[in-house]
Write a protein that binds this ligand. Structure first.
Ligand code: NAD
Ligand code: GLY
Length: 380
Protein backbone atom coordinates (compact mmCIF):
# COMPACT_ATOMS: atom_id res chain seq x y z
CA UNK A 1 0.00 0.00 0.00
CA UNK A 2 1.23 3.50 -0.90
CA UNK A 3 -0.14 6.71 0.53
CA UNK A 4 0.66 10.31 -0.24
CA UNK A 5 -0.74 13.69 0.58
CA UNK A 6 -1.53 16.47 -1.84
CA UNK A 7 -1.26 19.87 -0.16
CA UNK A 8 -2.57 23.07 -1.72
CA UNK A 9 -1.42 25.81 0.66
CA UNK A 10 -3.31 28.60 -1.07
CA UNK A 11 -6.62 26.90 -0.34
CA UNK A 12 -5.48 25.47 2.98
CA UNK A 13 -6.50 22.10 1.63
CA UNK A 14 -4.95 18.66 1.61
CA UNK A 15 -6.07 15.22 0.52
CA UNK A 16 -4.81 11.70 0.58
CA UNK A 17 -4.09 9.48 -2.42
CA UNK A 18 -4.16 5.82 -1.36
CA UNK A 19 -2.86 3.19 -3.75
CA UNK A 20 -3.01 -0.57 -3.39
CA UNK A 21 -4.46 -3.82 -4.56
CA UNK A 22 -8.08 -4.13 -3.35
CA UNK A 23 -8.23 -0.60 -1.90
CA UNK A 24 -11.86 -0.51 -3.11
CA UNK A 25 -12.81 -2.90 -0.30
CA UNK A 26 -11.81 -0.23 2.26
CA UNK A 27 -13.62 2.66 0.57
CA UNK A 28 -16.43 2.86 3.14
CA UNK A 29 -14.04 3.11 6.09
CA UNK A 30 -11.84 5.67 4.32
CA UNK A 31 -14.80 7.93 3.49
CA UNK A 32 -16.27 7.57 6.97
CA UNK A 33 -12.98 8.84 8.44
CA UNK A 34 -13.26 11.92 6.27
CA UNK A 35 -16.98 12.57 6.72
CA UNK A 36 -18.09 11.47 10.15
CA UNK A 37 -21.68 12.67 9.85
CA UNK A 38 -22.39 12.16 6.15
CA UNK A 39 -25.42 9.99 5.42
CA UNK A 40 -25.19 9.42 1.69
CA UNK A 41 -22.47 8.50 -0.76
CA UNK A 42 -23.82 8.87 -4.30
CA UNK A 43 -22.01 6.52 -6.64
CA UNK A 44 -21.55 7.64 -10.26
CA UNK A 45 -20.12 5.06 -12.64
CA UNK A 46 -21.07 3.21 -15.84
CA UNK A 47 -22.54 -0.21 -16.54
CA UNK A 48 -19.23 -1.87 -17.44
CA UNK A 49 -17.40 -0.72 -14.31
CA UNK A 50 -20.45 -1.26 -12.11
CA UNK A 51 -20.65 -4.90 -13.18
CA UNK A 52 -16.98 -5.38 -12.36
CA UNK A 53 -16.62 -3.48 -9.09
CA UNK A 54 -19.99 -1.98 -8.11
CA UNK A 55 -21.16 -4.62 -5.65
CA UNK A 56 -17.86 -4.54 -3.70
CA UNK A 57 -17.99 -0.77 -3.43
CA UNK A 58 -21.65 -0.66 -2.41
CA UNK A 59 -21.04 -3.32 0.25
CA UNK A 60 -18.17 -1.44 1.90
CA UNK A 61 -20.16 1.83 1.83
CA UNK A 62 -23.18 0.17 3.44
CA UNK A 63 -20.94 -1.43 6.08
CA UNK A 64 -19.73 2.07 6.95
CA UNK A 65 -23.33 3.21 7.45
CA UNK A 66 -23.92 5.16 4.26
CA UNK A 67 -26.97 4.96 2.07
CA UNK A 68 -25.75 4.41 -1.48
CA UNK A 69 -27.85 5.68 -4.36
CA UNK A 70 -26.14 4.98 -7.67
CA UNK A 71 -26.40 6.28 -11.22
CA UNK A 72 -24.86 4.69 -14.32
CA UNK A 73 -23.91 7.12 -17.05
CA UNK A 74 -23.52 5.90 -20.63
CA UNK A 75 -20.03 4.69 -21.51
CA UNK A 76 -17.91 6.82 -23.83
CA UNK A 77 -16.35 10.22 -24.40
CA UNK A 78 -19.40 11.42 -26.34
CA UNK A 79 -21.50 11.16 -23.17
CA UNK A 80 -19.27 13.61 -21.27
CA UNK A 81 -21.76 16.33 -22.13
CA UNK A 82 -24.43 18.70 -20.79
CA UNK A 83 -27.16 16.06 -21.05
CA UNK A 84 -25.26 13.67 -18.75
CA UNK A 85 -24.41 16.52 -16.39
CA UNK A 86 -28.08 17.38 -16.13
CA UNK A 87 -28.93 13.74 -15.44
CA UNK A 88 -26.19 13.53 -12.81
CA UNK A 89 -27.26 16.58 -10.81
CA UNK A 90 -30.89 15.53 -11.17
CA UNK A 91 -29.94 12.14 -9.70
CA UNK A 92 -28.21 13.88 -6.76
CA UNK A 93 -31.20 16.11 -6.09
CA UNK A 94 -33.78 13.31 -6.35
CA UNK A 95 -31.82 11.28 -3.83
CA UNK A 96 -31.73 14.17 -1.37
CA UNK A 97 -27.96 14.68 -1.37
CA UNK A 98 -27.10 17.32 1.22
CA UNK A 99 -24.10 19.63 1.42
CA UNK A 100 -22.36 17.28 3.87
CA UNK A 101 -22.77 14.20 1.64
CA UNK A 102 -20.33 12.79 -0.88
CA UNK A 103 -20.15 11.99 -4.60
CA UNK A 104 -18.03 8.94 -5.44
CA UNK A 105 -16.72 8.73 -9.02
CA UNK A 106 -15.89 5.12 -9.91
CA UNK A 107 -14.48 4.75 -13.43
CA UNK A 108 -12.10 6.16 -16.01
CA UNK A 109 -11.46 9.78 -16.84
CA UNK A 110 -14.87 10.23 -18.47
CA UNK A 111 -16.75 9.26 -15.31
CA UNK A 112 -14.25 11.17 -13.13
CA UNK A 113 -14.55 14.42 -15.11
CA UNK A 114 -18.36 14.26 -15.36
CA UNK A 115 -19.03 13.20 -11.76
CA UNK A 116 -16.41 15.68 -10.57
CA UNK A 117 -18.13 18.51 -12.40
CA UNK A 118 -21.52 17.45 -11.01
CA UNK A 119 -20.02 17.53 -7.48
CA UNK A 120 -18.49 20.96 -8.23
CA UNK A 121 -21.78 22.58 -9.21
CA UNK A 122 -24.41 20.69 -7.18
CA UNK A 123 -25.34 22.98 -4.26
CA UNK A 124 -22.30 25.07 -5.31
CA UNK A 125 -19.98 22.23 -4.47
CA UNK A 126 -20.08 19.06 -2.39
CA UNK A 127 -17.40 16.57 -1.43
CA UNK A 128 -15.94 14.34 -4.13
CA UNK A 129 -14.03 11.08 -3.83
CA UNK A 130 -12.27 9.82 -6.95
CA UNK A 131 -11.91 6.08 -7.44
CA UNK A 132 -10.16 5.89 -10.82
CA UNK A 133 -10.26 2.53 -12.61
CA UNK A 134 -8.21 3.16 -15.78
CA UNK A 135 -4.45 3.67 -15.72
CA UNK A 136 -4.85 7.11 -17.31
CA UNK A 137 -7.26 8.15 -14.58
CA UNK A 138 -5.05 6.65 -11.83
CA UNK A 139 -1.91 8.55 -12.78
CA UNK A 140 -3.42 11.71 -14.21
CA UNK A 141 -7.06 12.73 -14.36
CA UNK A 142 -8.15 11.84 -10.80
CA UNK A 143 -5.43 14.07 -9.32
CA UNK A 144 -5.41 17.84 -9.66
CA UNK A 145 -9.04 18.91 -9.62
CA UNK A 146 -9.81 19.48 -13.31
CA UNK A 147 -13.42 18.47 -13.97
CA UNK A 148 -15.65 19.16 -16.93
CA UNK A 149 -17.54 18.24 -20.04
CA UNK A 150 -17.19 18.56 -23.83
CA UNK A 151 -19.05 20.82 -26.22
CA UNK A 152 -19.82 19.85 -29.83
CA UNK A 153 -17.08 22.31 -30.93
CA UNK A 154 -14.37 21.00 -28.63
CA UNK A 155 -13.30 18.84 -25.70
CA UNK A 156 -13.30 20.00 -22.08
CA UNK A 157 -14.52 23.49 -22.92
CA UNK A 158 -16.80 23.74 -19.87
CA UNK A 159 -15.68 22.80 -16.39
CA UNK A 160 -14.47 23.76 -12.96
CA UNK A 161 -11.54 23.18 -10.68
CA UNK A 162 -12.84 21.00 -7.87
CA UNK A 163 -10.26 19.10 -5.84
CA UNK A 164 -11.27 15.69 -4.50
CA UNK A 165 -11.41 14.97 -0.75
CA UNK A 166 -9.56 11.74 -1.36
CA UNK A 167 -8.36 9.54 -4.23
CA UNK A 168 -8.58 5.76 -3.83
CA UNK A 169 -6.59 3.84 -6.43
CA UNK A 170 -7.16 0.09 -6.68
CA UNK A 171 -4.51 -1.55 -8.89
CA UNK A 172 -6.74 -4.62 -9.16
CA UNK A 173 -8.92 -2.59 -11.53
CA UNK A 174 -6.07 -2.53 -14.05
CA UNK A 175 -6.35 -6.26 -14.56
CA UNK A 176 -9.71 -5.97 -16.33
CA UNK A 177 -8.65 -3.14 -18.68
CA UNK A 178 -8.50 -3.66 -22.45
CA UNK A 179 -4.90 -3.68 -23.66
CA UNK A 180 -5.27 -0.46 -25.67
CA UNK A 181 -6.44 1.34 -22.53
CA UNK A 182 -3.23 0.20 -20.84
CA UNK A 183 -1.11 1.42 -23.77
CA UNK A 184 -2.94 4.74 -23.61
CA UNK A 185 -2.32 5.05 -19.85
CA UNK A 186 1.35 4.12 -20.17
CA UNK A 187 1.81 6.79 -22.87
CA UNK A 188 0.45 9.38 -20.43
CA UNK A 189 2.77 8.01 -17.74
CA UNK A 190 5.71 8.34 -20.12
CA UNK A 191 4.61 11.88 -20.97
CA UNK A 192 4.59 12.84 -17.30
CA UNK A 193 7.95 11.24 -16.65
CA UNK A 194 9.58 12.84 -19.72
CA UNK A 195 8.85 16.31 -18.33
CA UNK A 196 9.42 15.35 -14.68
CA UNK A 197 12.92 13.97 -14.19
CA UNK A 198 15.41 11.43 -15.40
CA UNK A 199 14.62 9.37 -12.26
CA UNK A 200 10.89 9.10 -12.99
CA UNK A 201 11.60 8.40 -16.65
CA UNK A 202 13.96 5.61 -15.65
CA UNK A 203 11.46 4.17 -13.15
CA UNK A 204 8.69 4.21 -15.77
CA UNK A 205 10.71 2.64 -18.60
CA UNK A 206 12.27 0.00 -16.30
CA UNK A 207 8.85 -1.01 -15.06
CA UNK A 208 7.59 -1.22 -18.65
CA UNK A 209 10.53 -3.45 -19.61
CA UNK A 210 9.86 -5.88 -16.76
CA UNK A 211 6.12 -5.82 -17.45
CA UNK A 212 6.71 -6.61 -21.13
CA UNK A 213 9.03 -9.48 -20.23
CA UNK A 214 6.29 -10.91 -18.00
CA UNK A 215 8.36 -10.53 -14.83
CA UNK A 216 6.09 -8.03 -13.09
CA UNK A 217 2.34 -7.79 -12.71
CA UNK A 218 0.02 -4.80 -12.83
CA UNK A 219 -0.85 -5.50 -9.19
CA UNK A 220 2.79 -5.69 -8.04
CA UNK A 221 4.32 -3.45 -5.38
CA UNK A 222 6.44 -1.88 -8.16
CA UNK A 223 3.28 -0.83 -10.00
CA UNK A 224 1.93 0.77 -6.82
CA UNK A 225 5.22 2.62 -6.39
CA UNK A 226 5.14 3.78 -10.01
CA UNK A 227 1.58 5.10 -9.69
CA UNK A 228 2.55 6.83 -6.43
CA UNK A 229 5.58 8.45 -8.06
CA UNK A 230 3.46 9.61 -11.02
CA UNK A 231 0.78 11.05 -8.72
CA UNK A 232 3.45 12.73 -6.57
CA UNK A 233 4.88 14.48 -9.62
CA UNK A 234 1.45 15.51 -10.91
CA UNK A 235 0.56 16.84 -7.44
CA UNK A 236 3.78 18.88 -7.34
CA UNK A 237 2.89 20.55 -10.63
CA UNK A 238 -0.68 21.22 -9.48
CA UNK A 239 0.61 22.68 -6.22
CA UNK A 240 2.80 25.13 -8.12
CA UNK A 241 0.21 26.20 -10.70
CA UNK A 242 -3.21 24.86 -9.74
CA UNK A 243 -5.24 26.73 -12.34
CA UNK A 244 -2.77 26.62 -15.23
CA UNK A 245 -2.21 30.39 -15.25
CA UNK A 246 -2.25 31.75 -18.79
CA UNK A 247 0.73 34.04 -18.12
CA UNK A 248 3.05 31.19 -17.12
CA UNK A 249 5.46 29.61 -19.56
CA UNK A 250 8.13 28.40 -17.15
CA UNK A 251 9.26 24.81 -16.85
CA UNK A 252 7.16 24.08 -13.75
CA UNK A 253 3.89 25.57 -15.00
CA UNK A 254 0.94 23.19 -15.42
CA UNK A 255 1.27 23.68 -19.15
CA UNK A 256 4.21 21.24 -19.23
CA UNK A 257 1.68 18.41 -18.73
CA UNK A 258 0.64 19.10 -22.33
CA UNK A 259 3.84 17.54 -23.67
CA UNK A 260 2.84 15.52 -26.76
CA UNK A 261 -0.68 16.94 -26.67
CA UNK A 262 -0.40 19.60 -29.40
CA UNK A 263 0.14 17.04 -32.16
CA UNK A 264 -1.85 14.41 -30.21
CA UNK A 265 -5.02 16.53 -30.27
CA UNK A 266 -4.50 17.30 -33.97
CA UNK A 267 -4.21 13.57 -34.78
CA UNK A 268 -7.40 12.85 -32.85
CA UNK A 269 -9.23 15.66 -34.65
CA UNK A 270 -8.18 14.69 -38.20
CA UNK A 271 -9.24 11.09 -37.60
CA UNK A 272 -12.63 12.12 -36.19
CA UNK A 273 -11.69 10.78 -32.71
CA UNK A 274 -12.05 7.25 -34.07
CA UNK A 275 -8.56 5.93 -34.75
CA UNK A 276 -6.62 6.71 -31.56
CA UNK A 277 -7.21 6.41 -27.85
CA UNK A 278 -6.12 9.73 -26.39
CA UNK A 279 -2.87 8.40 -24.92
CA UNK A 280 -1.98 6.67 -28.19
CA UNK A 281 -2.22 10.01 -30.02
CA UNK A 282 -0.06 11.56 -27.28
CA UNK A 283 2.47 8.77 -27.89
CA UNK A 284 2.88 9.97 -31.49
CA UNK A 285 2.76 13.59 -30.32
CA UNK A 286 5.72 13.08 -27.99
CA UNK A 287 7.80 11.78 -30.91
CA UNK A 288 6.96 14.83 -33.01
CA UNK A 289 7.81 17.13 -30.08
CA UNK A 290 11.05 15.17 -29.66
CA UNK A 291 11.95 15.66 -33.35
CA UNK A 292 11.22 19.41 -33.12
CA UNK A 293 13.35 19.61 -29.98
CA UNK A 294 16.24 17.89 -31.73
CA UNK A 295 15.97 20.06 -34.85
CA UNK A 296 16.05 23.19 -32.70
CA UNK A 297 19.23 21.97 -31.04
CA UNK A 298 17.58 21.45 -27.65
CA UNK A 299 17.65 17.64 -27.43
CA UNK A 300 20.54 15.37 -28.37
CA UNK A 301 20.23 12.21 -30.45
CA UNK A 302 20.67 9.77 -27.59
CA UNK A 303 17.94 11.44 -25.50
CA UNK A 304 15.61 11.39 -28.50
CA UNK A 305 16.37 7.69 -28.86
CA UNK A 306 15.50 7.14 -25.16
CA UNK A 307 12.17 8.85 -25.79
CA UNK A 308 11.53 6.66 -28.84
CA UNK A 309 12.39 3.56 -26.86
CA UNK A 310 10.05 4.68 -24.07
CA UNK A 311 7.16 5.09 -26.54
CA UNK A 312 7.91 1.67 -28.04
CA UNK A 313 7.75 0.12 -24.57
CA UNK A 314 4.28 1.60 -23.99
CA UNK A 315 2.98 -0.76 -26.69
CA UNK A 316 1.84 -0.67 -30.31
CA UNK A 317 0.28 2.55 -31.59
CA UNK A 318 -2.18 2.80 -34.49
CA UNK A 319 -0.42 4.01 -37.62
CA UNK A 320 -0.22 7.79 -38.11
CA UNK A 321 2.18 7.88 -41.07
CA UNK A 322 -0.59 7.83 -43.67
CA UNK A 323 -2.33 10.99 -42.47
CA UNK A 324 -2.33 14.09 -44.64
CA UNK A 325 0.24 16.55 -43.35
CA UNK A 326 -1.70 19.64 -44.47
CA UNK A 327 -4.74 18.45 -42.51
CA UNK A 328 -2.62 17.91 -39.40
CA UNK A 329 -1.10 21.41 -39.71
CA UNK A 330 -4.58 22.89 -40.19
CA UNK A 331 -5.77 21.05 -37.05
CA UNK A 332 -2.73 22.28 -35.11
CA UNK A 333 -3.79 25.85 -35.79
CA UNK A 334 -7.05 25.17 -33.91
CA UNK A 335 -5.28 23.90 -30.77
CA UNK A 336 -7.38 25.16 -27.88
CA UNK A 337 -4.30 25.65 -25.70
CA UNK A 338 -3.16 28.55 -27.92
CA UNK A 339 -2.17 31.73 -26.16
CA UNK A 340 -2.79 35.05 -27.95
CA UNK A 341 -3.33 33.04 -31.11
CA UNK A 342 -0.01 31.20 -30.85
CA UNK A 343 0.61 27.51 -30.25
CA UNK A 344 2.67 26.89 -27.14
CA UNK A 345 4.80 23.84 -27.85
CA UNK A 346 6.08 21.86 -24.91
CA UNK A 347 9.54 20.71 -25.99
CA UNK A 348 12.42 19.01 -24.21
CA UNK A 349 15.89 20.36 -23.47
CA UNK A 350 16.66 16.92 -22.11
CA UNK A 351 14.68 14.21 -20.35
CA UNK A 352 13.08 15.90 -17.34
CA UNK A 353 13.73 19.41 -18.69
CA UNK A 354 10.68 20.79 -20.50
CA UNK A 355 10.73 24.11 -22.29
CA UNK A 356 7.70 25.98 -23.59
CA UNK A 357 8.30 27.47 -27.02
CA UNK A 358 6.09 29.87 -28.97
CA UNK A 359 4.89 28.50 -32.32
CA UNK A 360 6.43 31.49 -34.12
CA UNK A 361 9.89 30.15 -33.29
CA UNK A 362 9.31 27.10 -35.50
CA UNK A 363 9.74 27.46 -39.24
CA UNK A 364 7.08 25.71 -41.37
CA UNK A 365 9.87 23.62 -42.90
CA UNK A 366 11.12 22.42 -39.55
CA UNK A 367 7.57 21.55 -38.45
CA UNK A 368 6.88 19.55 -41.62
CA UNK A 369 10.13 17.61 -41.31
CA UNK A 370 9.43 16.84 -37.62
CA UNK A 371 5.90 15.65 -38.44
CA UNK A 372 7.24 13.40 -41.18
CA UNK A 373 10.00 11.88 -39.04
CA UNK A 374 7.99 11.70 -35.81
CA UNK A 375 4.95 10.04 -37.33
CA UNK A 376 6.80 7.67 -39.63
CA UNK A 377 9.29 6.46 -37.04
CA UNK A 378 6.64 4.81 -34.92
CA UNK A 379 5.29 2.41 -37.57
CA UNK A 380 5.27 -0.89 -35.70
P1 NAD B 1 -12.67 6.26 -20.29
O1 NAD B 1 -13.10 6.86 -19.03
O2 NAD B 1 -13.52 6.41 -21.47
O3 NAD B 1 -12.36 4.70 -20.04
C1 NAD B 1 -11.96 3.90 -21.10
C2 NAD B 1 -12.81 2.62 -21.20
O4 NAD B 1 -12.42 1.73 -20.15
C3 NAD B 1 -14.29 2.87 -21.01
O5 NAD B 1 -15.01 2.04 -21.89
C4 NAD B 1 -14.54 2.45 -19.57
O6 NAD B 1 -15.86 2.03 -19.33
C5 NAD B 1 -13.59 1.28 -19.45
N1 NAD B 1 -13.13 0.97 -18.09
C6 NAD B 1 -12.88 1.83 -17.07
N2 NAD B 1 -12.33 1.16 -16.05
C7 NAD B 1 -12.26 -0.14 -16.42
C8 NAD B 1 -11.77 -1.31 -15.79
N3 NAD B 1 -11.18 -1.26 -14.58
N4 NAD B 1 -11.86 -2.48 -16.44
C9 NAD B 1 -12.39 -2.53 -17.70
N5 NAD B 1 -12.84 -1.46 -18.35
C10 NAD B 1 -12.78 -0.27 -17.71
O7 NAD B 1 -11.21 6.83 -20.73
P2 NAD B 1 -9.95 7.33 -19.89
O8 NAD B 1 -8.81 7.18 -20.81
O9 NAD B 1 -9.89 6.75 -18.54
O10 NAD B 1 -10.24 8.88 -19.68
C11 NAD B 1 -10.30 9.78 -20.75
C12 NAD B 1 -10.94 11.06 -20.28
O11 NAD B 1 -10.14 11.64 -19.26
C13 NAD B 1 -11.10 12.11 -21.35
O12 NAD B 1 -12.40 12.62 -21.29
C14 NAD B 1 -10.11 13.19 -20.96
O13 NAD B 1 -10.53 14.47 -21.34
C15 NAD B 1 -10.09 13.04 -19.47
N6 NAD B 1 -8.87 13.55 -18.81
C16 NAD B 1 -9.03 14.38 -17.78
C17 NAD B 1 -7.92 14.87 -17.12
C18 NAD B 1 -8.09 15.74 -15.93
O14 NAD B 1 -7.10 16.27 -15.42
N7 NAD B 1 -9.30 15.91 -15.43
C19 NAD B 1 -6.63 14.48 -17.51
C20 NAD B 1 -6.51 13.60 -18.58
C21 NAD B 1 -7.65 13.13 -19.23
N1 GLY C 1 -3.82 16.43 -17.60
C1 GLY C 1 -3.39 17.77 -17.60
C2 GLY C 1 -3.69 18.51 -16.35
O1 GLY C 1 -4.24 17.97 -15.42
O2 GLY C 1 -3.38 19.65 -16.26
Amino acid sequence: LQSLNVRLERQNLSYEIRIGSNVRLEAGKAIRQLRKTAQRVALITNQKVFELYGSDVIRTLKDAGFSTPHWLMSDGERFKNFRSLEQAVDFLARNGLERGDVVLALGGGVVGDLAGFAAAVYMRGIALVQMPTTLLAQIDSSVGGKTGINLPVGKNLVGAFHQPDCVLIDTQALTSLASRELVSGFCEALKQSAVASRALFQQTTSFLSTLRSGKKALTSAEMEKLIAAQCKFKASVVRADEKEATNRNDNRSRRILNFGHTTGHALEAVTGYRRFRHGEAVGHGMLVAGEISKSMGLLNSSELESLREGVRLCGPLPNAGDLNQNSIIEALSHDKKRDAGQIKWVLLEGIGHPRIVDGRELSPRLLRAALRKGLEKQRI
